[in-house]
Ligand binder design. Structure first.
Ligand SMILES: Nc1ncnc2c1ncn2[C@@H]1O[C@H](COP(=O)(O)OP(=O)(O)OP(=O)(O)O)[C@@H](O)[C@H]1O
Length: 211
């Protein structure tokens, strides 16, 4: 998937978060969207995912040389972010069965094989609400990384992960990078060290009047 942003801007009420963002994210490349807390990384990722609307400018998506309509982009993307909720009332197996009904896994991976890859074999029948915060994060990442998507959006991907979890994330994202557009919203080096390109959202901030 290729995503082109042309003159993109986002404003909440009277506050411009970023403006004049013209940039092309190329297929098969991993990008880090960098910036301090509150700089607009999540806002940009949610706009690209179609969960949020830009205030000005255009976005366009292309896959294998064909334009993808905005209404269809959700079919080709997977996203993980701290604000996204899992279905707490499901067991792990139920959660995966539910998810894969809408979004199949890469390379026809079975749900049991995904559980193995997430290292959650002993928690198959555990309710998601009883998972630790690190287990929940691993599950969210597993679902995003292993969904059959050409656009993978990872917002603060190692939130709640310990050192072993971070190593797990790095290994699995590297193994599933090829051929995909990956965009990581982050300000922690170990989350985006595998990325090929960097975009600083602060380059698109608007100086307050009078400065
Ligand atoms: N729904 C909203 N309504 C009003 N303002 C919002 C809304 N969502 C985000 N903002 C504001 O937009 C700015 C950018 O927020 P955003 O969450 O995109 O930043 P971020 O770079 O992802 O931050 P962090 O690193 O803390 O996650 C902040 O000033 C935030 O308060």
């Amino acid at each position: 998937m290729q995503v082109k942003l042309k003159g993109l801007g986002k404003r909440y009420n009277y506050e411009w978060i970023f403006r004049n963002l013209t940039y092309t994210f190329e297929a098969g490349t991993a990008y880090a969207v960098l910036g301090h807390n509150g700089s607009g990384k999540s806002t940009l990722l949610t706009i690209m995912a179609g969960h949020n609307l830009a205030s000005e400018g255009q976005l366009s998506y292309r896959l294998d040389g064909k334009t993808v309509e905005h209404d269809h982009v959700y079919r080709y993307l997977s996203l993980t972010a701290p604000y996204l909720e899992l279905v707490e009332e499901f067991t792990l197996l139920e959660m995966l069965d539910f998810h894969t009904r809408f979004k199949p896994l890469r390379h026809q991976l079975s749900t049991l094989a995904l559980i193995d890859r997430m290292g959650l074999q002993r928690s198959k029948h555990k309710f998601v609400k009883d998972f630790s915060s690190g287990m929940k994060q691993r599950l969210k990442l597993g679902l995003a990384i292993y969904s059959d998507s050409s656009l993978l959006l990872l917002d603060e991907p190692t939130t709640n992960l310990d050192q072993e979890g971070v190593a797990w994330y790095q290994e699995h994202v590297a193994q599933n990078k090829e051929g995909r557009l990956i965009i990581v919203g982050s300000n922690i080096h170990h989350e985006y060290s595998f990325c090929d390109e960097q975009l600083r959202i602060s380059d698109y901030h608007v100086a307050p009047r009078g400065r």
